[in-house]
Design a protein around this ligand. Structure first.
Ligand SMILES: *Cc1c(COP(=O)(O)O)cnc(C)c1O
Length: 398
């Protein structure tokens, strides 16, 4: 039995069966690449699901983690700690938001944002407590976020689900206007929908939502768990559209690979009073030291600009592949978040063939794959990935 088969047996014996994994055991990574236990090398266009923005095994993050591990790991928020404050400063100073709170995941960040908005409704809007979210959104797996997520297949098995969320068509301002009532306190949307299909809205839509929220004393919450920290070619997704939200949530790319989430708010939306919210591990020195190193690396090494430029380059390559293959019906994306759509359900075949060629991608839908490389990727690495993609697609379809 191969080493891989031995690990697969351990998984099926001990781990809850919740995800159909791709058939390799990954052991090590560096930059844009990972290696499995058989020693096979891959270009990683999954990046831990849009997490490893500054590359695998980035030395700046490894150093920060090692140093913090030797210094102080955990204190609780009963005390001031330095990495937390340094991270708060760098994020606030580089965004349009005024205050921040750290937690441990994207779903938890969204939960916090929802609580903050509810408190805002209690204080400033006659107890308004209802949220409008979008169809095809993805906001996480906690029960409230199952309700917030506008995809019925995530909800049906878990009913009854928490109330308080209305789902409307994405990129349709009128749908938000029609769904608004006196008890609507906030609109929560992704500036670009990630898991729901890499759906890019029009600038007018997001500007219109901003105006509508202003006119109705409602908060605009951007779930930037996937788009934050450079993914779209701007440090935050809202900057790609020139629209300032009242609250944003962050997680995936924030820690450079360690689990950390955050929500940030404008002062006008900071409705919490002491005791309203909290977290044992949130803002812990270790995760904050890693996230600070990662954010600093992004800012000091022009990573955001690289994501924008390499995104352009990748999109040209993908469109070239599209023009050579008429069964590719759509190529869409922004920065380094891209989707390739086929006219039939060939995702499993394409993924398997590309794995063989040494390219990892995300099987987003039966007919759509998602590409999200590390943001430090080079032109040469994209060329190599496009070659592997071309030959994988050709093998899968012949
Ligand atoms: C991944 C994701 C979440 C959930 O994040 P977790 O860390 O898995 O809880 C929420 N919103 C968006 C937009 C995401 O992409």
């Amino acid at each position: 039995m191969s080493i891989t088969e031995q690990y697969k047996e351990l998984e099926s014996k001990y781990y809850m069966f919740l995800v159909r994994r791709q058939p390799m055991v990954l052991e090590r990574g560096e930059g844009a690449r990972v290696w499995d236990v058989e020693g096979k090398e891959y270009l990683d266009f999954t990046s831990g699901w849009a997490v490893n923005n500054v590359g695998h095994a980035n030395p700046a993050i490894a150093e920060a983690i090692a140093e913090q591990a030797r210094t102080l790991l955990q204190t609780s928020n009963q005390f001031y700690t330095i990495p937390q404050l340094k991270l708060a400063e760098i994020l606030v100073e580089n965004s349009c938001l005024d205050k921040i709170f750290f937690c441990n995941s994207g779903a938890e960040a969204n939960e916090g944002a929802i609580k903050l908005a509810k408190k805002f409704g209690k204080k400033n809007k006659n107890g308004a407590h209802h949220f409008i979210t979008a169809l095809n959104s993805f906001h996480g797996r906690t029960m409230n976020m199952v309700s917030a997520t506008g995809q019925p297949h995530y909800q049906e098995l878990f009913e009854p689900i928490p109330s308080g969320f209305t789902h409307v068509e994405y990129n349709n301002l009128q749908a938000i206007k029609d769904a608004t009532t006196d008890s609507t306190v906030a609109v929560m949307i992704e500036p670009v929908q990630g898991e729901g299909g890499v759906n890019i809205p029009s600038v007018d839509y997001l500007k219109g939502v901003r105006e509508w929220c202003d006119q109705n004393n409602m908060l605009l919450i951007f779930d930037e768990v996937q788009t934050g920290l450079g993914r779209l070619g701007t440090l935050f997704g809202y900057q790609s559209f020139g629209v300032e939200p009242d609250i944003i949530t962050l997680a995936k790319g924030l820690g450079g690979g360690v689990p950390i989430g955050a929500f940030m708010a404008k002062n006008s939306a900071c409705a919490f009073d002491p005791g309203d919210h909290g977290s044992t591990f949130g803002g812990n020195p270790l995760t904050c030291a890693a996230a600070h190193a990662s954010t600093k690396y992004i800012l000091e090494n022009d990573v955001v600009n690289n994501a924008a430029k390499m995104g352009e380059y990748l999109s040209e390559g993908l469109r070239k592949i599209q023009s050579d293959n008429e069964f590719i019906t759509d190529v869409r994306g922004m920065g380094l978040l891209w989707a390739v759509e086929f006219d039939s359900d060939i995702t499993p075949d394409v993924i398997a063939a590309c794995n063989e060629e040494g390219l990892l991608m995300n099987p987003m839908r039966p007919n759509t794959i998602r590409l999200m490389p590390v943001l430090t990727i080079t032109k040469e690495e994209i060329d190599e990935a496009l070659e592997r993609l071309t030959s994988g697609i050709s093998k899968a379809t012949n």
